[in-house]
Design a protein around this ligand. Structure first.
Ligand code: SAM
Ligand code: FES
Length: 397
C-alpha cells in the first residue's frame, strides 16, 4: 500500500448540485446504452435527487470518504439513485481509464492450499476436492495459449501452498518474460517479503492479494489461523517492492454489514491500489458456510461503482464471480458500473473444474480459445472495445 496521495481536483469533472451528468459528458450518444431515453432518465433523476448528486460528488472529491456517505449509497434501492450512481461511476471510468476493456488470461496452476478460509472451496479441509499442481511445462503451455489469444497479461494463481517451490515459480516467470514478453501477475497468497522480492527480481510485474474484508475482527472469524495484520503487511511489502498491487473484497460474507463494506471502500482509497476486485460471496457446499446466502448482486455492483469512484484510475475487473452468481452472465452490468477488465480462464482441462473456489463457475467447460471472441461480443454490445494492450498501472509513480 502506498502512502495516500493528496486528492487533486479535476477541473471539468464534477457532478454538481443541479447539474446533470449529461453536461459532464455522458449524453453525447457515444455509449451504446446512451441515447435520448437514457439521458432523459438521467436528467429527471438528477432533478429529483439533488442531494444524492451532492453526496456522490462529495465521495468522489474526498481524500477519505465518510462512512455515513458510503453507507447511504450502499443502502439505496431507489432506481433513480442507482441510475445516477452507475452513470457517475461509468463516467469516472471513461475519463480515467477510457472505453477499452482489458483482458488478463488467468492460469490456476495449483489448487493445493494450507489455509482454511471459511468461504473457499479450496480450503485444506475439503477432502472431496481432487488436488493438482501443474508442471512447469503445463504452465508455460497455458501461458502460451494466453499469448496466442493476443492477451498480454498472464495471471498465475494458486491456493496458498506450503510447498510452493519459489525457484520453480521464478523459472516460470523468467521463461514467460523472456520468450513471451507478457506482463506477469502473481496471485499466490501470503508469502515472505524475501519471496516477493525474489519473484519481482525475476520480472513479475503485478500481484493480487485481496484483503477480503477490511474489518480485522470479521477477518479473524472467517480465517482461522491467519492474521489481518500479516495480510496488510504483505500488501505493504508488495507495493514497496514495486509491484503493481491489487486488492479487493468479498461482498455478502456472513456477519458483514454495510459499515464493513464502507470500511472496505475506505481501505481501497487509502491503499491507492492499482487494481481492485469486488466479488460476491458464493457459498460452496464443502465449506462451513455451505448454508449461508450468497452475496447480493446489486450490492456487489454498488461496491464496484464506489471502488471506481474513489480509486479513479485503478483497473477494476467485472469479476468471474459476478458472471457466475446467478447462472447468468452479469458482467456487462459491472462493466457499465465502472469496471474495465475481464479475466478469461486459460487453466487447462480437467484442472479448470478442480479449481473450484465456488460452485458453477462461469465458462469452466469451454475451450479457452472461445473466450476472447465471446468477450468481444459482450463488450461491443456495450459500445466499447476490447483493449489488447498490457494495461499497466495508471497511478503516478
Ligand atoms: N491463495 C490466493 C489468495 O489467497 O490470494 C489466491 C487464490 S484465492 C482462491 C482467490 C480468491 O478467491 C480469493 O481472494 C477470494 O476472494 C476468492 N474466493 C474464495 N472463495 C470464494 C467464494 N466462495 N465466493 C467468491 N469468491 C471466493
Ligand atoms: Fe486457500 Fe483461503 S482457503 S487461501
Amino acid at each position: 500500500m502506498r502512502a495516500r496521495p493528496e486528492r487533486p481536483r479535476d477541473p471539468g469533472f464534477r457532478v454538481t448540485p443541479g447539474g446533470s451528468v449529461k453536461a459532464e459528458g455522458l449524453g453525447d450518444g457515444s455509449t451504446a446504452c446512451g441515447g435520448g431515453h437514457r439521458q432523459a432518465a438521467l436528467d429527471a433523476a438528477t432533478r429529483q435527487n439533488p442531494q444524492f448528486q451532492v453526496l456522490l460528488d462529495r465521495i468522489y472529491a474526498a481524500v477519505l470518504p465518510e462512512v455515513a456517505d458510503l453507507e447511504t449509497v450502499l443502502n439505496t434501492t431507489d432506481p433513480q439513485q442507482l441510475e445516477l450512481l452507475f452513470a457517475f461511476a461509468d463516467e469516472v471510468r471513461r475519463r480515467f481509464v477510457g472505453d477499452g476493456v482489458l483482458l488478463r488470461g488467468i492460469v490456476e496452476f495449483s489448487n493445493i492450499c494450507r489455509n482454511t478460509c471459511w468461504y473457499c472451496g479450496l480450503h485444506r479441509g475439503n477432502r472431496a476436492l481432487p488436488r493438482y499442481r501443474l508442471t512447469k511445462t503445463q504452465i508455460l503451455a497455458a501461458a502460451g495459449n494466453v499469448h496466442a489469444a493476443g492477451i498480454k497479461t498472464v495471471v498465475l494463481q494458486s491456493g496458498e501452498e506450503d510447498n510452493l517451490d519459489a525457484d520453480e515459480l521464478r523459472a516460470v516467470i523468467e521463461e514467460i518474460k523472456s520468450s513471451l514478453e507478457m506482463a506477469v501477475t502473481l496471485c499466490v497468497g501470503e508469502r515472505s517479503r524475501a519471496e516477493y522480492r525474489f519473484w519481482r527480481e525475476a520480472g513479475a510485474d503485478r500481484y493480487l492479494l485481496k484483503i477480503e474484508t477490511s474489518d480485522p475482527e470479521l477477518y479473524r472469524r472467517l480465517h482461522p489461523g491467519m492474521s489481518w495484520e500479516n495480510r496488510t503487511r504483505c500488501l505493504r511489502d508488495l507495493a514497496e517492492l514495486g509491484y503493481q498491487t491489487g486488492s479487493g473484497n468479498l461482498v455478502g460474507l456472513p456477519g458483514q454489514t454495510l459499515r464493513h463494506l464502507a470500511g472496505d471502500i475506505q481501505f481501497f482509497r487509502q491503499g491507492d491500489f492499482d487494481m481492485i476486485s469486488v466479488s460476491p460471496f458464493i457459498p460452496h457446499p464443502q465449506t462451513p458456510l455451505a448454508e449461508a446466502p450468497a452475496g447480493d448482486l446489486l450490492l456487489t455492483l454498488k461496491m464496484t461503482a464506489l471502488a471506481r469512484i474513489v480509486s479513479r484510475n485503478a483497473h477494476v475487473p467485472a469479476t468471474t464471480a459476478i458472471g457466475s452468481l446467478h447462472g447468468r452472465d452479469e458482467r456487462p452490468r459491472a462493466l457499465a458500473a465502472g469496471a474495465n477488465v475481464i479475466m478469461p480462464n486459460f487453466t487447462p482441462a480437467p484442472y479448470r473444474q478442480q479449481y473450484e473456489i465456488y460452485p458453477n463457475k462461469r465458462c469452466v467447460s469451454d475451450d479457452a480459445r472461445a473466450c476472447p471472441p465471446c468477450i468481444e461480443r459482450m463488450v461491443e454490445a456495450l459500445g466499447r472495445r476490447v483493449d489488447y494492450s498490457r494495461g499497466d498501472r495508471m497511478k503516478m509513480e
